[in-house]
Design a protein around this ligand. Sequence first.
Ligand SMILES: [Cu+2]
Length: 215
Amino acid sequence: MLKNTLFLIAACAISAGAGAGNVQFQVLDKEGRAVPDAVVVLYPATPGVPPAASKVTIGQQRMRFLPLVTVVAPGSTLHFTNLDRWDHHIRGTSAAQGFADASAGADFEMRLAGANPGTPGGEAEVTVQKPGAILLGCHLHGSMRGHVFVTDSAWTIKTDDDGIARFAAVPEGAAQLRVWHAEQLVELPRRSLQVGAAPVLDSVQLSVVPRRRKY
Ligand SMILES: [Cu+2]
């Protein structure tokens, strides 16, 4: 029995790596239900490399932005593509909440033609430069809402269907945690935590109950 326990401890220490730990947070709404599509940002004691720019596709399909929330680094390219048979007139505006500098440098708009049999729908690209949250909407369809979260930390994860964000091999030491959600208009205070050999398992509760996603 004792032998098994020792083995497990050794295995955990190896999987976490030297001087690193695992951190898992679940985001809950005001009523205690799991919140998908929240963004959990970790600022470890040793930040390491800055987040890497990428190119991501955001589709417009059946009056929705897919994905609903996109996480990218500064310098990334957003590739919008209209998969519907009707036009969309997309706009992106800096969503002010939660950022000292709300100008994510991302106010844009463009009309994308609808797809026809044999003709793909309109496409356009936008590059985002500064950290910040960008609200996506459509001039033609008021119900369309999406977000792009431009992050300033390489340790940024969108919560899964169970509201969970898992970080592996986080540098040991004092870290800060920030949680963003499109409907959490008053930013939650950052959380301080200590990353070490023992995994951190905790939750963060929003002060709102976000609308359920419609799929
Ligand atoms: Cu539209």
